[in-house]
Design a protein around this ligand. Structure first.
Ligand code: PEP
Length: 251
């Protein structure tokens, strides 16, 4: 049975005190969520140490939203994997479309980051997904397949055990436009097939693949009912504990 996960990407939202309050509210409600569903929150860097304190002893794990592509040194403004581990993270999100689009994150850079994250003991949530032009041109299958191959084909089956993939169609992120369950499922199945071609069917079956893009309590049930959708990476709706937990309860 592969792991089911609901992860909240807080992006650049909340002050530290608001983030701590949100984390407390998530922890309070986390008991309602079944044992088989993992919960992760990804606050901004400034919040990590304080939120880690709140999450201690709970079932909610801590993730960063990004990590540096170097181990340490003269890289102003960057945060290294060791620092994230030390702050209490067990995961990092990598390759979010906002990082690819606004900060020039390339597949080559992502290979470095995934490598460093895994070596440093962090699990990785790797985001992939096509933009609106690519979908309208009917290129979504090719684009997502290429993104998966460009990064993950550089890793081993052993590495893959600590990698979760999030399929996030860019046109559905923060727009209120969710992919239909069928649209999401066909890409999730393609991702699994792409993994199987390199790592074998068994590993592909064991890999958790999340959906992200305007997921909320009202549409999570339909999405999570699909056979290849193992949970969600949640943006906007993760900023309200009730909605975030409501999504996790959709399983
Ligand atoms: C995201 O950015 O990871 C995301 C899924 O955002 P939203 O849920 O707000 O669409």
């Amino acid at each position: 049975m592969r792991k089911k996960i609901v992860a909240g990407n807080w992006k650049m939202n909340t002050t530290v005190s608001e983030g701590v309050a949100l984390a407390k509210a998530v922890v309070e409600k986390a008991g309602e969520v079944g044992k088989g569903v993992g919960l992760i929150v990804a606050p901004p860097f400034t919040h990590l140490v304080s939120v880690a304190e709140v999450l201690k002893g709970s079932k909610v794990a801590l993730s960063a939203q990004n990590c540096a592509d170097h181990v340490k040194g003269a890289y102003t403004g960057e945060v290294a994997v060791d620092m994230l581990k030390d702050a209490g993270c067990s995961w990092t999100i990598l390759g979010h479309s906002e990082r690819r689009q606004y900060y020039g994150e390339t597949d080559e850079k992502l290979v470095e980051k995934v490598k460093l994250a895994l070596e440093g003991g962090l699990g990785v949530i790797l985001c992939v997904g096509e933009n609106l032009d690519e979908r309208e041109a009917g290129r979504h299958f090719d684009v997502v397949k290429q993104q998966v191959k460009a990064v993950l084909y550089n890793f081993s089956a052993e590495d893959m055990k600590n990698i979760v993939i999030a399929y996030e169609p860019v046109w559905a992120i923060g727009t209120g436009k969710t992919a239909t369950a069928a649209q999401a499922e066909e890409i999730h199945a393609l991702i699994r097939k792409t993994l199987a071609e390199k790592f074998g069917a068994e590993l592909a079956e064991e890999t958790t693949i999340l959906y992200g893009g305007s997921c909320k309590p009202s549409n999570a049930k339909e999405l999570f009912a699909e056979k290849d959708i193992d949970g969600g990476l949640i943006g906007g709706a993760s900023l309200k504990a009730e909605d975030f937990i409501g999504i996790a309860l959709a399983f």
